[in-house]
Ligand binder design. Structure first.
Ligand SMILES: Nc1ncnc2c1ncn2[C@@H]1O[C@H](COP(=O)(O)OP(=O)(O)OP(=O)(O)O)[C@@H](O)[C@H]1O
Length: 618
């Protein structure tokens, strides 16, 4: 594992390090108590069966009330001593496990919290460059692998090292010859385990990937259930799932076969080692170099030694898996958060919005905006018309600093202040934005509308919904404003979603409001109604309207026409329709007789309307 990986673990371990230190101390105590039992058995066997004087230190005999010189009578006391050691060992085990549980939960909680908080602060551009599924997998599966390593393997590494050193020291102190014989097998067992797990790691990875493919197949199928039904693709989908499922199952069967072979051969080597130790041990006992009690204790230490050595490969393989996961999580943690300029300000946001010679291209792409230079006067309604991909949304993303405009690519100012010098949170609080495909949370309609102003009353929510012309539609739902939208609840139509999103933005009461093609899913008549209500209520706000629909834009004070990222035309509706250009040709195509009558009706209403009526602060 890389140093950086350990660094990440340490960074999140800091808050829970005392739990792990306590757990480690008690795990070592537990191991030490376990090592005492064979000694009690040795003394008991040698003194009771072998009639040898007890080689207990006097103080220990006193503690356990073992009478001198009468070994047979002291047998129940030996049993009690074993029981006491077992109880103490159990208590230590309990405390150690509790320490690990508390420590690893605190560790993983802190990791998850920091990861989620960090992701919230990452730039929008970063999110756009990464697949959501991939980010989720790193925050769940990879975090789980790290947690498993911290809770199971980390302590085990230290405990095993202590156990091996302790067992070997005791064995050598009892009989050097058998200890050396026992140890000759250890490198063989360890090497076999390490080599096997390094080979099998690739197969585990393949199985993990196959699981990933299987879950994305299910996810894609569920997301596209409408297309699957509409095109009668159920059979095809079932066959595709079956194919991935078979591959996944076969990989696990092969893994199972390999693991069985490993454990089988491992048992054989271990059996051979134990057999050799017993064989030589019996010979040594017969030759009088080892007592019966020592022999039994030796066999016991030998078997406690061999198991951790056999598990060494698994620990190393888990460590390398955790290393990969740590790198994947670190990739997110190392991404740079969105940061304000140290001298960032919170200026008044009701000034003119000026775009100064903007030339912009997304990373590695051809230019999207070419020398864009225009000003939106404060309090005016400004419209942007342009074909698909002409750069309209990009302009708004730059205005909201969802994408940062490099200094050499021009600048955007609000009231004369460069937006690069304005605090991002302040900028976004003051620019209300409704997107073409708005996202609603799986919560109630009321909560969705209130999202931009959590303290707002229901009456204020309803007022915003009325302006967005969605109040009636919401009242028609059985649960009204308590209706849950999204996966758990009612599916709103595209137009209803857009209108709820408009209401949500209106709640923000921002001095700058952007409607990015946000009326595309409502019919022309509802579009006209919403615009009329907005006109009445927007007050002094600067409004930017983006649309493909001429009727949505024509009453704006100024209209900008974008063509392939460059300004093609600029003027009022009257000016533009009297000029042979893009605007005029779109106008001619879009103006059906219905639209013309709607237009005439709107124009007469427009004259009557007082544009400066402020939005009542209900
Ligand atoms: N995140 C991105 N990364 C790379 N290229 C992008 C990104 N977003 C948009 N583009 C490209 O930039 C160009 C302008 O896109 P933009 O969304 O600004 O156009 P638009 O005028 O709003 O289009 P529409 O009316 O279809 O929404 C397109 O060619 C698009 O493919």
């Amino acid at each position: 594992m890389k140093k950086k990986g350990f660094g990440v673990i340490w960074r999140f371990l800091k808050g829970s390090v005392w739990f792990f230190i306590t757990a480690l101390l008690f795990a070592m105590l537990n191991t030490a108590f376990n090592a005492v039992t064979p000694q009690i058995i040795r003394i008991a066997v040698d003194s009771v069966i072998g009639s040898r004087p007890m080689d207990l230190p006097e103080w220990l005999g006193r503690i356990f009330l073992i009478p001198k010189g009468s070994p047979a009578q002291s047998l129940p006391l030996f049993a009690a001593a074993i029981l006491l050691v077992a109880v103490l060992s159990g208590i230590c085990n309990y405390i150690s496990r509790m320490g690990v549980a508390k420590g690893s939960e605190a560790f993983v909680k802190s990791l998850r919290d920091q990861l989620f908080g960090h992701i919230q602060r990452l730039p929008y551009a970063w999110h756009n460059q990464h697949q959501t599924g991939e980010i989720i997998q790193r925050c769940t599966s990879d975090v789980d692998v790290i947690r498993n390593f911290v809770s199971n393997q980390l302590l085990e590494v230290f405990r095993t090292t202590f156990l091996v050193i302790l067992s070997i020291s005791i064995m050598f102190s009892m009989n050097v010859k058998i200890s050396l014989i026992a140890l000759t097998f250890i490198p063989l067992v360890a090497a076999y385990s390490v080599i096997f797990y390094s080979k099998i790691a690739k197969r585990f990875r393949l199985a993990d990937e196959a699981e990933g493919v299987l879950s994305s197949t299910v996810q894609e199928n569920l997301t596209g259930v409408r297309v699957v039904r509409a095109f009668g693709r159920e059979r095809y989908e079932i066959d595709r799932f079956d194919e991935h499922n078979n591959r996944f199952a076969n990989l696990w069967i092969r893994l199972g076969r390999l693991l069985s072979t490993y454990w089988g051969i491992g048992d054989l080597i271990t059996g051979l080692q134990i057999l050799t130790v017993i064989f030589v041990g019996v010979l040594e006992s017969v030759n009088g170099n080892l007592t019966l009690g020592e022999f039994l204790a030796f066999v016991s230490y030998n078997s406690t030694l061999i198991w951790p050595v056999r598990g060494l490969g698994r620990i190393l393989s888990e460590m390398s898996k955790a290393g990969v996961s740590i790198d994947r999580v670190s990739y997110i943690l190392d991404a740079e958060e969105e940061k304000d300029d140290p001298d960032a300000v919170e200026p008044p946001m009701n000034g003119d919005i000026a775009f100064h010679h903007i030339n912009y291209s997304y990373e590695g792409q051809k230019p999207v905006l070419k020398d864009i230079d225009f000003t939106i006067p404060s309090g005016s309604t400004f419209a942007i018309l342009g074909g698909t991909g002409s750069g309209k949304s990009t302009l708004m993303h730059l205005l909201d600093r969802l994408y940062e405009l490099p200094p050499e690519c021009g600048s955007i100012t609000i009231g004369g202040v460069d937006i690069a010098k304005i605090k991002a949170s302040w900028l976004r609080e003051n620019i209300g934005m409704v997107l073409q495909e708005p996202f609603l949370f799986s919560r109630t309609i009321e909560e969705n509308i209130r999202a931009t102003r959590p303290g707002a009353s229901l009456e204020e929510v309803r007022h915003a919904a009325r302006i967005a012309c969605v109040d009636d539609a919401v009242d028609d739902f059985a649960n009204g404003y308590d209706t849950i939208v999204g996966e758990r609840g009612v599916t709103l139509s595209g137009g209803q979603k857009q209108r709820v999103a408009i209401a949500r933005m209106l709640m923000q009461k921002a001095p700058i409001m952007v409607f990015d093609d946000s009326l595309s899913a409502v019919d022309s008549e509802t579009d006209a109604q919403i615009r009329a209500a907005l006109k009445e209520n927007l007050g002094k706000a600067t409004v930017i309207l983006i649309s493909h629909r001429i009727t949505t834009l024509m009453q704006a004070d100024r209209i900008l026409v974008l063509d392939d990222g460059a300004i093609a035309e600029f003027g009022t509706h009257e000016e533009l329709i009297h000029h042979d250009g893009i605007y005029k040709s779109i106008y001619d195509i879009q103006m059906s007789s219905d639209d013309r009558s709607l237009l005439e009706k709107e124009e007469s209403e427009w004259v009557m309307m007082n544009r400066n009526t402020a939005m009542p602060s209900t």
